[in-house]
Each structure stands twice: as structure tokens, then as C-alpha cells.
Ligand binder design. Structure first.
Ligand code: ASP
Ligand code: MG
Length: 400
């Protein structure tokens, strides 16, 4: 007998038929003799719809009231799912985040879990019940409901798995696992048997929207083994764990991120402190910087460009104009760029990975604007219109 945490996303419970489909996965797991805790998100587009409803009433609503509203989405899905399981004849109970012991800090809308006290959960499990928990929510020190940020129910599931020392945490979604590239776009994309936390984090951050990255960070911290699998197709998914089978695999996959902007400051004074000034002001505003490139100084000036999320581009330009306009430097942003990356712990012990990637891009006639590398990734900045072509070309070079 094992303790299994299963998480189902909004699309997996979007309508009555899907709710029953999920209910049957859960009851099958339960009937095999396992203890089962389920975390579920709001049905389909419920969270988006609630946000729209709020805007109609008050576009500047307080974050506290927004959380009061958004937590309702998960309250609907947990009760409906519990009703479906009742109908299938298994003992079940649904619990809101606070009932399941989720304590968070007070950052409404993007709260962090501070603690999960699983007493009630354990009591219900001891009573042989399937427990259905509302994801994405908790309670702060004022006894107000908070939400964890969009996509936060993955993190709820991992937190429960950690608190209960579950044997496995299964994240059910609408894809059958983690692939070497987006299988809808890249011919020959292969499902990975397993992947390390660090590789998965890179995938999540680089734009492959399979798991929320806070959930992966938490899984790594508490050593919770995750499985990503489909709620619609019953087959083995991809396991995310500390050490994955390398299988002579140089890289795990190719991803792209098209929601980025390149910001350039051209002609700033070539003096110490400018880069510091620039990036500390951006950091103060919470703007995350990615690939950075600085030119060789000439005639007493230099250029710096970097990438950030396209949603931060206007703010970044305003901040930099404020600093550099006086110096006569020119600040501009460009959102016609995309980042294409390869990810894989295997590249640490192999040479030639970068040249293989650059060779594939060259053969596809794609120009590289910027390059950045980390221990387990190589990223290039290219024209957005070639992003898909670049992913396919690089994927082909590594996976045939
Ligand atoms: N329902 C929330 C959202 O749509 C949480 C989640 O889906 O994980 O963001
Ligand atoms: Mg959702």
C-alpha cells in the first residue's frame, strides 16, 4: 500500500464527462489499496472567467477580494469531483486549502506556502477516505484566504506530498509527459522516461509549460518524486527526480520562448558602475534579466543589451531612459526576438554540443543575435519568425 498524491489541472476536470474520467482514475488507484490525496484546479477557464467578472465590477479591486473570488473556482471543482466519486461508490471528502492545513504568507495573489499541517488530512486518510483538496490556496495569519499565483496548484500538490511523505506525486495534465520538443510542432519529438529536477526547471523556465517551476523547486528541495502524465491517455508519463537515466543522452530537449524582448542601451559611457546602476535599478523593480551582452568599449562608449519578459519591456525602457538619457545613450526595445535553448545535464561531460547546435542553425540559414550558456543549457536569441524552424532544425541535429 502506497500513499499517492494526484493532481489534476483545470482542463482535466473541464466538464462532467472529464470529472467522471478523473474520478475513475482516482477510484482505480484507491481500489488497488492505496491511500489517495487529490489536488485539483478550477474547471477549465474558470479562473480567467472570474478575473473577467471582477474587472467588470472593479478593475482596481483589492488583492484580498480577488483572492476571495478566485478561491471559489477550486471550491466548485473539489465538491463536484467528490460528488462524482460518491457516485462511483467510494468514501471521499473534499477540503478547502485551509481545512487541509495550508498556511501561507500574506502576499495576496502570489502567496508562498509557509507550512502544511496535515492533521486533518491524516485523520481522513486513517478513516479510509479519498481526500480531495482545493489547489492554489491557503490561509494567512489574518485568517484570510490567499492564492498562490497562476498555475499554483502544482505547488499545492507537491507541498502535500512533502508534508505526508507520499510515495509518489502524479501531476496529470493534457500532455502525456515531457518531450524532447513540443510534439505538436516537431516531428519525431520523443517522450522522456525521466528528467532531473534541474533539467525540468530549465524546461519550465524556458517556456515549456508542463509544470509550474515553483512546484519543481519545491519537489527538488523536499525530494518529492514527480510523475507528469495524461488524464486522458492512460500510459506511463515522465518521472522528475534527482538523478535521471542518462542513456547516452547528450541533451534532453529543445525549447523556445517567444514572450521575450531585447532591450539595448547604445552609447553609454564606458566607465565603471554603469552596468551595476542599470541592473540594480531593474532588480529593484522586480524585472528579471536573462541573456546579457556587452560590446567591447570604443571611443569611450559601450553598448549593453539584454533580454527580459516582453511584459517587462516598457518598464525596463522607462527605467533605463531615466538613467541614460542624460548621457546621450539610446535605449530601445525589440519584441521580434525569440530564445531557443537546448537543455541537458549530459552536455557537462561532452564537448561539441554548442557547435552542433550552431551548425544546425547555420544550415537552416538562421542568424544568431546573442548566445548564453549555463551548466546545462545553451540559449540563442534569434528572429521570432524563425523560432519554430530553429527548434525543428536543432531537434533534428540531436535526435534525428
Ligand atoms: N486555477 C488556478 C489557475 O488557473 C490554479 C491552477 O490552475 O493551478 O491559475
Ligand atoms: Mg487553471
Amino acid at each position: 500500500m502506497a500513499l499517492i498524491v494526484q493532481k489534476f489541472g483545470g482542463s482535466s476536470v473541464a466538464n462532467a464527462e472529464r470529472v467522471f474520467n478523473v474520478a475513475s482514475i482516482i477510484t482505480d488507484t484507491y481500489k488497488k489499496g492505496n491511500n489517495v490525496v487529490v489536488v485539483v484546479s478550477a474547471q477549465g477557464d474558470t479562473t480567467d472567467d472570474l478575473i473577467e467578472k471582477a474587472k467588470e465590477i472593479n478593475p482596481n479591486a483589492s488583492k484580498r477580494e480577488m483572492d476571495m473570488l478566485l478561491t471559489a473556482g477550486e471550491q466548485i471543482s473539489i465538491s463536484l469531483l467528490a460528488m462524482a466519486i460518491e457516485k462511483l461508490g467510494c468514501p471521499v471528502i473534499s477540503l478547502l486549502g485551509w481545512q487541509a492545513g495550508f498556511k501561507t504568507n500574506s502576499a495576496y495573489g502570489s502567496a508562498r506556502i509557509s507550512e502544511v499541517t496535515p492533521d486533518r488530512l491524516q485523520k481522513e486518510l486513517d478513516g479510509k477516505k479519498i481526500v480531495i483538496v482545493a489547489g492554489f490556496q491557503g490561509l494567512n495569519k489574518y485568517d484570510d484566504m490567499t492564492t498562490l499565483g497562476r498555475g499554483g496548484s502544482d505547488t499545492s500538490a507537491v507541498a502535500i506530498a512533502a508534508a505526508l511523505h507520499a510515495d509518489r506525486c502524479q501531476i496529470f495534465t493534457d500532455v502525456t509527459g515531457v518531450y524532447t520538443a513540443d510534439p505538436r510542432k516537431v516531428e519525431n519529438a520523443q517522450k522522456l522516461k525521466d528528467i532531473t529536477y534541474d533539467e525540468m526547471l530549465e524546461f519550465a523556465t524556458l517556456g515549456a509549460q508542463v509544470l509550474n517551476n515553483r512546484s519543481v523547486e519545491m519537489a527538488k528541495k523536499y525530494n518529492v518524486e514527480l510523475e507528469v502524465l495524461s488524464s486522458l491517455v492512460r500510459e506511463d508519463g515522465t518521472i522528475v527526480r534527482e538523478v535521471a537515466n542518462m542513456e547516452k543522452m547528450l541533451i534532453r530537449g529543445v525549447t523556445k520562448d517567444t514572450d521575450i524582448a531585447r532591450i539595448s542601451v547604445v552609447g553609454m559611457k564606458d566607465i565603471p558602475g554603469n552596468a551595476f546602476k542599470m541592473f540594480s535599478r531593474l532588480a529593484q523593480k522586480g524585472i528579471n534579466i536573462d541573456v546579457i551582452l556587452q560590446s567591447v568599449g570604443r571611443d569611450g562608449t559601450k553598448d549593453i543589451s539584454f533580454t527580459c519578459a516582453s511584459s517587462n519591456a516598457d518598464d525596463a525602457v522607462a527605467i533605463l531612459k531615466d538613467i541614460f538619457d542624460m548621457e546621450g545613450a539610446v535605449v530601445s526595445s525589440d519584441t521580434t526576438v525569440a530564445k531557443v535553448s537546448i537543455v541537458g545535464a549530459g552536455m557537462q561531460s561532452h564537448s561539441g554540443t554548442a557547435s552542433k547546435m550552431f551548425g544546425a542553425l547555420y544550415e537552416a540559414g538562421i542568424n544568431i543575435n546573442m548566445i548564453s550558456t549555463s551548466e546545462i543549457t545553451i540559449s540563442v536569441l534569434i528572429d521570432k519568425e524563425y523560432a519554430d524552424k530553429a527548434v525543428s532544425a536543432v531537434h533534428k541535429a540531436f535526435f534525428g
